[in-house]
Design a protein around this ligand. Sequence first.
Ligand SMILES: *Cc1c(COP(=O)(O)O)cnc(C)c1O
Length: 389
Amino acid sequence: MSQRPITQAIRTRVDMTNEMEHSSPVFFTSSFTFDNAEDMRAAFADETDDNIYSRFSNPGVKEFQDRVCALEGAEAAYATSSGMSAVFASFMAILKQGDHMVSYNAIFGSTHTIITKYFPRFGIDYSYISGNDTEQWERAIRPNTRMIFLETPTNPGLEIVDLEKISALAKKHNLILVVDNCFATPLGQRPIDFGADLVVHSATKWMDGQGRVLGGVVAGRSDLVHDIYLFCRSTGPAMSPFNAWVLSRSLETLDVRMERHSANALYIAQALEGHPKINQLKYPFLKSHPQYEIAIKQMKSGGGIVCFDLKGGLQSGRKFLDGLKMLSLTANLGDARSIVSHPASTTHAKLSESERAAVNITPGLIRISVGLEHRDDILQDILQSLEQC
Ligand SMILES: *Cc1c(COP(=O)(O)O)cnc(C)c1O
């Protein structure tokens, strides 16, 4: 009987020896030895899948990749040093000079930088789209369009893109659909089930779950993952064996952690909705969310992020951060400890007011990554700080 994905994410392991430690070892080695010249020749000729060098593959990294495949329902996966190297490798391995990409406009800041600053240098063109009007998406497609890229829910605005509709559009025009699934995690949403070709992750966030290591992974169609693997094998953004070991252990608790993160986030969102200091609050599983119907169709839970807009704007945003006694002010998200951020004065400060408005980042926008502390302690800290702004 084949095991269910959650069990595979806990039980899958790669072993080099017959004597097995119950916990997987860390494969701290840069290269692997061969018994004879013929075995070594065959490995280099890709006739066997023996490990050669840790820039190409490493048993512990493979364990992490296999577990992600199980969770995402993917054919293959390749793990990278960070989420951004996973995003970058997906672009570089698939796109070439003269190609065009259609991308959702509200995407992670560094992804936006790759597209707007570096794509033009390599002769790759792009169009940004917002909203879920598929006709608008379709109008952006050109004869040289090769890829659709999107993130859902988006960071930090929590906009939801309809995976079923956009997948159908990608299939119709023979385009490769790549989805950044960092915010939902494979426990919250499986884009491949809706027709996505590739899923990319920042494993740094919810997958790690305790803010310890950087990591990234690309999972999906084996032919595309193989191209990404070949690109990475030559360019070098491999995941460290130690980070792979940490992240494989993290996947064993991802299901229970995401359940609690989502339950805590829903509780906080419900408690804060309608607060006199707040204009608009967003959480994918609240009926008031503009894309609630799409969220409940494609997501199993609402995830751990809540965002709201403070009536007092920029000054209130800064006051809110200063008034917090427990929540951490840090650039990460997806941690056991609750984290707050104020995009307009930090991550998105370099954008103009109108650029921020285009991706729904208002001056008073606050993003909360709801942790695993007792939900009333999280709420209490937020409420006492709201009093002061
Ligand atoms: C953090 C993040 C990334 C980048 O990941 P790193 O591990 O920091 O390189 C990409 N996409 C989203 C949605 C993220 O939140």
